[in-house]
Design a protein. Structure first.
Length: 184
């Protein structure tokens, strides 16, 4: 039996799958331009944790779960912020940590407010979507796991762009954090 949670999980899988196609194209092009990947061995951890969250929404939330609409609306509104991040980085947005030597770091759009806006969005998403169905235990567990996964990814990402960050910044969606993979 399918309920709203299962339908949303399938839509989420489709959304993230399409994002992966865009990310893979950007990654391929950036690598062809001389960029390099950092933390490649860690990417499967990130992807697995994310897919576990989606699978948990599909499998662990009852099809008859009560929907807390304000939380679901807030989750949907977060998608606008998510695509603001992706749009700001444009052709440099990837799921992986891809960095292009000498490229300035993006400081425009949501990056004016925080160095890792998409990670903030993904933490909120990880918490809010299960909460929208009353699955508070799953929400807390997956948010704690995701916070640990993202914390380490941020360390890898910051190390990958440390030289570029020290060299100054430039506004706009320049080849900045091509490694602003910010997956989820």
């Amino acid at each position: 039996m399918f309920g709203i949670a299962q339908i949303i999980a399938l839509l989420l899988l489709l959304q993230r799958g399409l994002e992966e196609v865009y990310s893979a194209a950007n990654t391929k092009r950036l690598l062809a331009e001389g960029a390099r990947e950092a933390g490649a061995n860690y990417y499967p951890v990130v992807a697995t944790a994310h897919l576990a969250w989606i699978a948990g929404i599909f499998l662990l939330i009852s099809p008859n779960a009560t929907v807390y609409w304000p939380l679901l609306v807030l989750y949907i509104l977060l998608q606008g912020v998510r695509y603001w991040v992706i749009g700001t980085l444009g052709r440099y947005w990837t799921h992986r940590i891809i960095t292009l030597d000498g490229a300035p770091v993006v400081t425009e759009g949501p990056y004016r407010f925080t160095r890792h806006p998409n990670y903030a969005v993904t933490l909120a998403e990880t918490l809010l979507l299960p909460l929208a169905f009353g699955a508070w235990g799953f929400a807390l567990i997956m948010t704690a796991i995701w916070a640990a996964v993202i914390h380490y990814k941020i360390l890898l990402e910051d190390a990958a762009i440390a030289d570029r960050r020290a060299g100054g910044t430039a506004p706009g969606p320049t080849p900045g954090p091509a490694q602003k993979s910010e997956q989820h």
